[in-house]
Design a protein around this ligand. Structure first.
Ligand code: DGJ
Length: 730
């Protein structure tokens, strides 16, 4: 073995460095495993010096900074901010390697710049499944003056010349996780978030590849496990490669290290697959399942209970008798967790008041929440409660008692968002107060679940008594993490959903301490297909709240059949966001059958491999059991298309030799339909028997799909099909 090479060996990729002690290790590879001795290629010191360059033109190392003669984005930017003489010094660092601990699964590098008096520790860890490498960086001030940190990359890695396609995530309220494809050029590709939460507009992840196809070709993914400000950037290098950096975006002066202090970046999660976007997602999903999610009391995940969320059913109109009826109707269609949304607490009749006053409204709940909670439990369901702890309404008892607890800048106009202000959570007395309020609620009642909402960006978020001090973004987020951790320690059985006006706070950082994210306030099935597609690139389906909304979407006004709405929601953590009482008996029965279908498939949906893709005018999603013996496939018509016949959809993940029973549990009615082909009649009836090789080559026969409709197909190994009989939905 060449001792000059350091290799992290993932299941289907590697990270490779060349040691040049005491100089910094040089990047050789982040991507497919290579049998070739990659150090032989002159990438670093051995390169000929080009004309009109510094005599040493540095190649990409693990911590490139200005002092190395590095003219690209440095991995660390900062300077001394001590007295007048010291101010601005040490901005130009040059780190040397002083210690290495390395094996096939982890690296730990210690680097020092004795002149700038700074130490950096980098940690790289491959997860046990070999899917994802997690890295973070810690900076220590060894000097005698303060050091201001402007940027510290959590990861700084190379991408090869051919990786020129990028998917970034964009969006707005009710349209999160939109995948935006671009071709990388000479400009730096950069996405910043400065909203104090991930935001609808951004998601702290980026995907890169040469073609970025569904199932083929190399694909790189990077995700910052952090629920606040962030920067993702890809910069072209002088040798044609590109450098990917990601980390926390820091406001000016937000991090100043006193002598001896340390600053740690959030974790960056890095992965690669040669199986395209689906291969990449499978690795991230496994990592989230095994390393990120922590289920109550350290136990494995229980089957994800089907929700009913009251928001779109009643909004702020809470009436105990009506809610009890709603709960009964929900239980009847198979709901397992009833979540009481906004509107239950002191004087909360619209979104202008009351945030902070976390006790039941006396008019709506004269005997408190107990009667409703007991009713819900008596129906055999869990009870969940909506809260928005980080916020305070100017019209609230809490604000009248503690106006200084809100993040407002003295001498500046008040900045409201949804008529509310943000609490200064970094003040220990504020976090303590919130803990006591939530703890009191949780002790008083059997509340199984909190829907933890957060409905505005942080603006004028500054610390200090007059709130004119340093930016409070980072400390607020760390205080939030601390508060959730404390609550979970006090209530180990509690599950929590992270909601932020839909999916504005959904990342591996928040998912380390919560169990579900509310993917979007948009329950329009057509729009949801794209939203869920983006979120599923990184996050596994069991954490993505996906609700069957009312026939006419409250956010888009579009009308969809129950079958289309259900076929889309089926592939997440299922819920209902509608007034079930309004449904006629036939619609209730149909809804119950969809809920039953989800329950019958949820171990596959929530523990198998999820693949997705696009064909002209169509989107599809397939969940396959780990043993390849069962799969559920949905194909959606998302746009009209010129094709007169349906395309083929070859399926992956099944065993060639196994015979499968292939059966449609839902086929849409086709206007102007001629006679139905015999194959499709069989598909919709008793099912067809096809072997895995045929399904891999041609896929199942597909029916014509009218606009905004879906077909849902069960594929079950024929010898097990009898016990796993399909539930007829039509
Ligand atoms: C925003 C959330 O995304 C909704 O689901 C709902 O909980 C409202 N807030 C309540 O105010």
């Amino acid at each position: 073995m060449d001792t000059r090479l350091l290799r992290l060996e993932a299941a289907c990729f590697e990270l490779l460095l060349e040691r040049r002690d005491p100089a910094q290790p040089l990047w050789r590879q982040f991507g497919a495993r290579s049998a070739a001795p990659l150090d032989a290629w002159p990438q670093g010191d051995a390169r000929p010096t080009p004309p009109n360059a510094l005599d040493v033109d540095p190649a990409l190392t693990i911590l490139p900074t200005h002092g190395l003669g590095w003219f690209h984005q440095p991995a660390l930017a900062g300077a001394r901010c001590g007295d007048r003489l010291g101010s601005g010094r040490d901005w130009c660092q040059d780190f040397r390697l002083v210690d290495v601990e390395a094996d096939a699964r982890h690296w730990r590098f210690t680097l020092e710049d004795p002149v700038a008096r700074l130490r950096v520790r980098q940690h790289w860890q491959l997860d046990p499944g070999g899917d994802v490498v997690t890295t973070h960086v810690e900076l220590e001030n060894l000097g005698t003056e303060d050091f201001r940190v402007d940027w510290l990359a959590a990861a700084c890695v190379p991408l090869p010349v051919h990786a020129e396609q990028v998917i970034g995530f964009a969006g707005r309220w009710s349209l999160e996780f939109q995948q935006h494809r671009e071709t990388l050029g000479i400009a730096t590709w950069r996405r910043d978030c400065r909203r104090g939460r991930n935001g609808h507009q951004a998601f702290p992840a980026v995907l890169v590849g040469s073609v970025l196809a569904d199932d083929e070709g190399p694909a790189w993914g990077a995700h910052l496990a952090w629920s606040g400000n962030h920067t993702l950037l890809i910069e072209p290098l002088a040798d044609g490669r590109r450098m990917l950096q990601l980390g926390e975006w820091l406001a000016p002066g937000e991090v100043v290290l006193r002598p001896g202090e340390r600053h740690r970046t959030p974790d960056a999660l890095l992965a690669f697959s040669d199986q395209g976007l689906n291969g990449l997602a499978a690795g991230f999903h496994r990592h989230m399942r095994t390393q990120i999610l922590h289920w109550p009391a350290g136990q494995p995940m229980t089957p994800r209970p089907v929700h009913l969320n009251t928001w779109e059913a009643v909004y702020f109109r809470h009436d105990l008798a009506a809610l009890k009826d709603l709960a009964a109707a929900a239980a009847e269609v198979g709901v397992e967790r009833f979540v009481l949304d906004d509107g239950w607490f002191h004087r909360r009749n619209d979104d202008h008041t009351s945030l902070g006053d976390w006790w039941p409204d006396a008019a709506k709940y004269p005997h408190g929440l107990g009667p409703l909670i007991e009713h819900v439990h008596a129906l055999g369901m869990q009870f969940g409660l909506w809260v928005e702890p980080e916020m305070i309404s100017p019209d609230s008892e809490l604000f009248r008692a503690h106006p200084d607890w809100a993040l407002e800048m003295a001498g500046r106009d008040r900045v409201l968002g949804r008529h509310q202000l943000v609490l200064d959570l970094a003040r220990p007395e504020v976090a303590d107060h919130l803990f006591v309020r939530l703890d009191t609620l949780l002790r008083a009642h059997r509340i199984d679940y909190l829907k933890w909402d957060m409905n505005r960006d942080l603006a004028t978020a500054a610390e200090g008594a007059d709130h004119r001090g340093p930016a409070a973004y980072r400390r607020s987020l760390l205080a939030l993490y601390g508060l959730i951790d404390r609550l979970r320690a006090a209530h180990p059985a509690l599950e929590i959903e992270s909601c932020s006006s839909g999916g504005a706070r959904a990342d591996a950082g928040i998912l380390r301490r919560t169990h579900r994210v509310w993917t979007s306030d948009c329950n329009d099935a057509l729009t949801r297909i794209a939203i869920q597609s983006g979120a599923l690139r990184l996050l596994p389906p069991e954490v993505l709240g996906a609700h069957i909304g009312p026939a006419v979407s409250h956010t888009t006004g579009r009308r969809h059949s129950l079958a289309f709405r259900a076929a889309v929601a089926l592939f997440g953590h299922l819920g209902i966001e509608a007034d079930v009482r309004e449904l006629d008996p036939a619609a209730r029965a149909e809804l119950r059958r969809w809920v039953e279908l989800h329950k019958r498939w949820r171990s596959v949906l929530h523990g198998g491999v999820l693949r997705q893709g696009r064909l002209p005018g169509l989107a599809w999603v397939q969940a396959t059991a780990l043993d390849g013996r069962r799969a559920l496939l949905a194909i959606y018509r998302v746009a009209e298309d010129l094709g007169r016949h349906m395309p083929t959809l070859p399926l992956r993940g099944l065993a060639d030799q196994v015979r499968y029973q292939v059966r449609a549990v839902h086929l849409p009615a086709v206007p102007h339909g001629r006679e139905v082909a015999p194959l499709l009649t069989a598909l919709a009836g008793a099912g067809l028997e096809l072997d895995g090789a045929t399904l891999a080559a041609l896929g199942p026969p597909l029916p014509p799909l009218p606009p905004e409709s879906a077909v849902v197909i069960e594929i079950i190994a024929a010898d097990g099909a009898t016990q796993a009989r399909a539930i007829a939905l039509e």
